[in-house]
Design a binder for this molecule. Structure first.
Ligand SMILES: *[C@@H]1O[C@H](CO)[C@@H](O)[C@H](O)[C@H]1NC(C)=O
Ligand SMILES: *[C@@H]1O[C@H](CO)[C@@H](O)[C@H](O)[C@H]1NC(C)=O
Ligand SMILES: *[C@@H]1O[C@H](CO)[C@@H](O)[C@H](O)[C@H]1NC(C)=O
Ligand SMILES: *[C@@H]1O[C@H](CO)[C@@H](O)[C@H](O)[C@H]1NC(C)=O
Ligand SMILES: *[C@@H]1O[C@H](CO)[C@@H](O)[C@H](O)[C@H]1NC(C)=O
Ligand SMILES: *[C@@H]1O[C@H](CO)[C@@H](O)[C@H](O)[C@H]1NC(C)=O
Ligand SMILES: *[C@@H]1O[C@H](CO)[C@@H](O)[C@H](O)[C@H]1NC(C)=O
Ligand SMILES: *[C@@H]1O[C@H](CO)[C@@H](O)[C@H](O)[C@H]1NC(C)=O
Ligand SMILES: *[C@@H]1O[C@H](CO)[C@@H](O)[C@H](O)[C@H]1NC(C)=O
Length: 689
């Protein structure tokens, strides 16, 4: 072992010598192969077996630098970075010379990018975060931390790219089978206005090795290739294709769309790819949600055809422009994204490749337990003792359900930037700290960075949002005990009827089968059937001549309430508005006091819901949401986007004894993906009844 290592060291030193020479000539690729070849003979440990391998058996972390690249090696994994840009050029592991696709350009293998809008100018500029300044932060036998930073200056206005300073870090530690990466994004006072639409890290894996993708226990499959997509038939938008001509016949005839693999942030802690030969796993592990945006239910992309593995830090997916980070002229800001962990594992037999997923999940728990990491060198990433804790218990008061206070069981409770009720779902500049309460509504939010926050919550089974108006201030080591907090969800009278479950999704409603020729086999007979392509068009098949009519006490929302209120495809891609009806009987109709219709939406895309009571042709609707929403969750196969709640007063003269009808009209017709998803509807009688 030691001998092999010496041999390797000599070779590396030798090539390092050439490195500087060749670097000047720009013959960088050759050096790269030399580095890779020289360590080929070394039998690397397969993976960390943390419990039975002692620290000293792992090799020192070594750092080699040349003019155009930097190599870090801990005997398990070797990472090659471009200098000074800081892109990952190569990851050598378990006998594979590069897990990344080395046919791609240097800046197209492992990189970070930002999507931004020029103020009053070009929108959607995609810019890679290329460093201009390489600095060795730590060079120690136990750990190497490297910085690749770029700075923006006022003098470069107009030419300097996105007005941000970005310091990207990479950490390789002794005995760790993978590397950590994070970045500090910063704006100084006086800098120009800018909107950011997306921040992410991207890894493009070796095409001929990685075909099997795993996102969760029940979301794993053999994936088509990029070439297969190029030979395919485009569907309603460029991301979705029908695979007509694939190298692997098993995936032929299926739909591929990266949005079918989206995940809520709270469930998106580990995902990645498996190579069969040699059997190796490549995993993106995200141990904390604190640096992601818009709370635990924000949906983001994961892995997709490429083979590509993403770490999404911020995006407008499933929310729209509302979630862009909008910086005013002069606004200063700083945020640390990450660290995330790129974890590599291997087994000796392809037959055991499932174990790679199981092991990746275990490693994810190890990373979660080690949060906040204690090996980062940036003062912008606070250690555990610089953070604080918030505890409390959330209770619900709803006198129409119970005279006693009700436990806020399984409530989602979070700290986010101070703002309006529910503002966390549109917030991305700050950090958010969320947890799920126990059955009795008790919660502990740990590892909160110092700062001022509001406490926000919502409780599955109840409508609306809780916010506590008292500012929560956290300083190093503080434990803030909030005690019992009482949420009073919107409620004006007794329930006359309800449709659905208040859980901020439309998943309990009727989700149709996909067209047999347009399915993704992964989602056949799957709890996330809503991820299938083309379900929006099934409305027209099912309600060809007459729109949906739902009769209280007769209909069943699981079967009779279509999951999305979409337009009808009348002819040749012409879409017309649809009006749904809710029919119900009123006995002892109350003529005193208002009724209330609680209308909770799970998603809206350039839609308007008009509500009419017992008069379908009323010129002016009794209530309208107005034009709302850009979350595009129908087209992206999400079962929700942003949450909207309307408590609509209904004067009693609009209802009468006997049969009544509520008309819900989605009045904006134009294209396929316009519409809403309902979360829950409830009619309440006048107060006190
Ligand atoms: C380069 O980056 C290091 C570490 O972030 C910083 O201390 C140094 O000032 C930077 N140098 C330049 C010229 O920007
Ligand atoms: C299928 O793809 C292969 C490889 O790209 C190509 O050579 C062939 O012409 C394609 N066949 C059809 C029917 O498009
Ligand atoms: C893998 O499984 C196949 C089929 O069951 C078997 O023939 C083969 O021997 C196994 N390989 C190893 C290394 O266990
Ligand atoms: C760092 O954290 C790890 C995991 O939580 C722990 O085992 C280790 O003792 C810590 N090291 C230091 C120096 O605090
Ligand atoms: C807000 O929290 C404080 C405790 O910090 C509590 O006394 C108060 O009742 C809470 N307000 C609401 C509206 O729950
Ligand atoms: C669907 O899944 C259920 C539960 O996992 C299973 O019992 C059933 O056999 C499956 N049906 C089909 C057609 O695959
Ligand atoms: C459908 O619409 C397209 C574009 O508007 C038009 O080119 C085509 O002729 C129409 N087809 C029919 C059958 O009306
Ligand atoms: C539904 O059925 C229940 C039980 O028969 C009855 O009390 C209630 O009035 C009915 N509600 C409506 C709106 O028809
Ligand atoms: C009843 O609803 C009407 C119409 O929205 C509203 O103007 C009125 O204030 C409400 N009355 C009560 C008592 O809430």
């Amino acid at each position: 072992m030691r001998f092999d290592f010496q041999v390797k060291m000599e070779n590396v030193n030798w090539s390092r010598h050439w490195c500087s020479l060749l670097g000047c000539l720009g013959v960088n690729l050759l050096v790269y192969f030399l580095l890779v070849d020289c360590s080929e003979k070394t039998p690397l440990s397969r993976r960390i077996l943390s419990s039975n391998v002692k620290d000293q058996e792992f090799r020192d972390v070594k750092l080699y630098t040349s003019h155009q690249q930097v190599v870090v090696d801990n005997g398990l994994v070797q990472v090659i970075l471009s200098r000074p840009e800081g892109d990952v050029l190569g990851i050598k592991y378990n006998g594979i010379s590069n897990l990344l696709e080395d046919h791609n350009e240097r800046d197209d293998r492992g990189y970070w990018d930002v999507v931004w809008n020029q103020p009053d100018g070009r929108e959607g500029i995609v810019e890679r975060m290329a460093g201009t300044n390489f600095t060795i932060i730590t060079d120690h036998k136990d750990k190497v931390e490297l910085s690749f930073s770029k700075t923006w200056s006022v003098s470069s206005k107009g030419k300097g790219g996105v007005p941000l300073n970005v310091d990207r870090r990479y950490i390789l530690r002794r005995g760790i089978s993978g590397f950590h990466t994070y970045a500090i994004f910063e704006r100084l006072q006086g800098w120009p206005k800018v909107d950011l639409g997306q921040i992410r890290a991207v890894f493009k894996l070796k095409k001929d090795k990685f075909h099997y993708m795993a996102l969760s226990d029940d979301k794993q499959r053999i994936m088509p290739t990029q070439q297969d997509r190029e030979n395919s038939r485009p569907l309603a938008y460029p991301e979705a294709v029908l695979l007509t001509n694939t190298t692997n016949p098993k995936v032929r005839g299926e739909v591929d769309d990266k949005y079918q693999y989206s995940s809520e942030v709270k469930d998106n802690k580990v995902h990645g790819w498996i190579s069969p030969d040699p059997p190796v796993g490549f995993w993106i592990i995200t141990p904390s949600e604190e640096f992601r945006s818009a709370g635990p239910t924000k949906q983001e992309l994961t892995s997709h055809v490429g083979p590509t593995a993403l770490s999404m830090f911020m995006s407008t997916h499933y929310s729209g422009k509302d979630l862009e980070m909008k910086f005013e002229e002069g606004e200063a800001w700083k945020k640390v994204f990450g660290p995330i962990f790129v974890y590599l594992n291997s087994v000796s037999s392809e037959n055991d490749s499932q174990k790679l997923w199981v092991d990746a999940k275990e490693q994810m728990l190890v990373e979660v337990d080690s949060w906040p990491y204690n090996f980062t060198q940036s003062s912008d990433f606070p250690s555990v003792d610089q953070r604080g804790t918030v505890t409390g218990q959330l209770l619900v008061r709803d006198g129409y359900i119970s005279k006693k206070l009700i436990w806020g069981g399984s409530a989602y409770v979070g700290l986010a930037t101070p703002g309006e009720v529910g503002s966390w779902q549109r917030e991305s500049k700050g950090y958010q700290f969320w947890t799920q309460a126990d059955n009795e509504g008790r919660f502990v939010i740990k590892n909160v960075r110092p700062g001022d926050y509001n406490l926000y919550a919502w409780v599955p089974g109840f409508i609306g949002d809780y916010k506590n108006d008292t500012m929560v201030t956290i300083k190093a080591g503080w434990e803030v005990k909030l005690g019992a907090l009482v949420y009073e969800p919107p409620r004006h009278g007794p329930t006359l009827w309800e449709i659905g479950i208040p859980d901020r999704t439309a998943s309990e409603f009727y989700v149709p089968d996909p067209y047999p020729t347009l399915s993704n086999r992964l989602y056949n007979n799957h709890t996330e059937k809503f991820r299938q392509y083309g379900l929006w068009d099934r409305y027209t098949d099912l309600y060809h001549d007459q729109d949906l009519i739902y009769t209280i006490n007769v209909s069943d929302y699981r079967k009779d309430w279509f999951f999305a209120h979409v337009n009808r495809n009348v002819n040749n891609e012409t879409y017309e508005s649809t009006t749904w009806q809710i029919k119900f009987e009123l006995v002892n109709a109350n003529k005193n006091g208002n009724y209330t219709l609680q209308l909770a939406l799970a998603s809206a895309s350039t839609a308007e819901i008009q509500v009419r009571f017992n008069d379908a042709s009323a010129k002016v609707a009794h209530f309208s949401t107005g034009l709302i929403g850009r979350d595009n969750a129908i087209a992206r196969h999400g079962i929700h986007g942003l949450y909207w709640l309307y408590s609509i007063d209904v004067t009693s003269n609009l209802f009468h004894e006997g049969s009544n009808t509520i008309y819900l009209r989605q009045s904006r017709s134009g294209y396929t993906f316009q519409g809403v998803m309902y979360d829950y509807l409830r009619l309440e009688g006048p107060p006190g009844a």
